[in-house]
Design a protein around this ligand. Structure first.
Ligand code: KIV
Ligand code: ZN
Length: 520
């Protein structure tokens, strides 16, 4: 019988830590709910000691998640573990995750500690965490470049101190699959008390081998696999959850391991994480990319028509992408719309269905056919939307090849007052953003701006994502419209609303999406 491994998702911590992937508190809670639906065994919700905002976000996730364990990352320091427990104490299944580096290079140059001091600190941290929480994970940072015997010595000591999980991170994505599998087997064979803890692995993708290393570790006996949705994470990212899970499912014949993930929730999780972080999924990304199930070549299409299995090793339905359904348009009624929402996996109350149905009707008047992607784009991420300080009321832009672009934008403030400004810019979008900056009264930096189409076709909706920054803090916004300039303006206003909400919620303190360096 296949062995069951646990899935530990760290999208909200290692994923969110990556530059440009920050999420606000509401976004983190919405992602956490989706991870719970997906059935992850553990979700790492953040690094509570990094900032008051991070602590608040872990606390908020811990309060809503019931079926998955919620972990908080803590350096091997008492103050980090105190902050970790403050954030996790109300979780249904809390886990403190503490770590210290064990490789010669990290111990000598980063920690400036001897191996004996590192061992002592690791044991002290686990003992300290154990006073709060029965479930304690210990990670030996940079394990793949550590001396295997030292690694086993540290693991044996922390297991004696009460660690329930020992994690082998390939922190810098240096390992090669066969070598990494051997390391797991070595730890299993040479850590005398390993039967009292689970072996976990955590792979980074610097050489593009994170998933391969993770599967090799699973084959060698790892019990817990750490990963992120869409492979989000520092530098080249972490091992992608969807690739590991579908790899195990598709090649169960060879790997003989399985997990408890509901794979039909994968696509929704991927879309949500992409929407809230503003990080697009590359079209040829395995499993969840736009082209992952597209068959263009004639010879492939011929094979697919004869028997799908000729070129398809997994089905779109298995990850939650429904195949060809009736199109919806302006004559579709509320009932058909509600049924489609259910098919797409959205469970909304009647009021929310009414609101989205009204938006659907407006869109259906502009577009002949409203696709599933249009509906998803409307809904995914909306639960994370913050209260609106400003709402776009109207806008006009003039631009052309022989004149400077000018814009007039009018926003409605939540106190009921209208604010209108005029600006000149380098192009229509710059002009509109400058007018909005004047209304808001802040010099905002536009860090990234992306524009795409939700579907193909001339009447496709434009989808804009922006990241803005102000005084070292960043916020994301997303806007949808059949007019691309309006989509851009809506995205900019959404990012400003996220900023205004966070500034008021944290009284100007550093918020949840501040990137802080980590390491002891
Ligand atoms: O990559 C890494 O080593 C980590 C640890 C803190 C688990 O993220
Ligand atoms: Zn990591």
């Amino acid at each position: 019988m296949a062995r069951t491994v646990q899935i530990f998702d760290t999208t909200l911590r290692d994923g969110e830590q990556a530059p440009g992937c920050s999420m606000n508190l509401q976004e983190k809670v919405e992602v956490a709910r989706q991870l719970e639906k997906l059935g992850v065994d553990v979700m790492e919700a953040g690094f509570p000691a990094a900032s008051p905002g991070d602590l608040a976000a872990v606390k908020a996730v811990a309060a809503v998640v019931k079926n998955s364990a919620v972990a908080g990352l803590c350096r091997a320091l008492e103050k980090d573990i105190d902050a970790g427990w403050e954030a996790l104490s109300k979780a249904a299944h809390p886990r403190i995750h503490t770590f210290i580096a064990t490789s010669p290079i990290h111990m000598e140059y980063k920690l400036k500690m001897t191996p004996e001091q590192v061992l002592e600190r690791a044991v002290a941290a686990v003992k300290y965490a154990k006073k709060y929480c029965s479930d304690v994970e210990f990670s030996a940072e940079d394990a793949s470049r550590s001396n295997p015997d030292f690694l086993c010595k540290v693991f044996a000591a922390v297991i004696d101190a009460g660690a329930t999980v020992v994690n082998i991170p390939d922190t810098v994505g240096y390992a090669i699959p066969a070598e990494f599998g051997n390391l797991v087997a070595y730890v299993k064979a040479h850590t005398p008390n390993i039967d009292r803890a689970r072996i976990s692995v955590h792979c980074h993708n610097d050489l593009g081998l994170a998933v391969a290393n993770t599967l090799s570790a699973a084959l060698a006996g790892a019990d817990q696999l750490e990963c992120t949705i869409n492979g989000l994470g520092e530098r080249a990212g972490n091992a992608a959850l969807e690739e590991i899970v579908m790899g195990m499912r598709t090649r169960k014949d060879f790997l003989d391991v399985e997990c408890r993930i509901d794979t039909t929730q994968i696509y929704a999780a991927s879309r949500l994480v992409s929407q809230v972080t503003g990080v697009r999924v590359q079209p040829n990304k395995a499993v969840v990319g736009e082209n992952a199930f597209a068959h263009e070549a004639g010879i492939h299409q011929h094979g697919i028509l004869a028997n799908r299995a000729t070129y398809e090793i997994m089905t779109p339905e298995s990850i939650g992408i429904p195949r060809n359904r009736m199109v919806l348009g302006k004559h579709s009624g509320r009932h058909a719309f509600e049924e489609r929402l259910k098919d797409l996996g959205f469970t909304l109350d009647a009021k929310a269905v009414d609101e989205f149905f009204a938006q659907f009707k407006v869109l259906a008047d502009k577009k002949k056919v409203v696709s599933d992607r249009d509906i998803e784009a409307m809904i995914v991420g909306s639960a994370a939307a913050v209260p609106e300080t400003f709402k776009l009321d109207r806008w006009v832009v003039n631009s052309g090849s022989s004149l400077s672009a000018t814009s007039t934008v009018r926003l409605l403030h939540k106190n009921g007052t209208y604010h209108e400004e005029v600006a000149v810019g380098d192009g229509p979008i710059d002009a509109a953003f400058k007018a909005i900056d004047r209304i808001v009264g802040k010099q905002l930096d536009l860090e990234t701006f992306e524009l795409g189409a939700v579907t193909g076709g001339e009447d496709a909706q434009g989808e804009a994502t922006v990241k803005i920054s102000w005084e070292g803090r960043r916020w994301n916004g997303r806007g949808l419209s059949t007019d691309i300039i309006e989509a851009a303006i809506k995205a900019y206003v959404a990012a400003i609303n996220a900023m205004e909400w966070e500034l008021s919620a944290t009284n100007g303190q550093r918020g949840p999406n501040v990137e802080e360096p980590i390491g002891v």
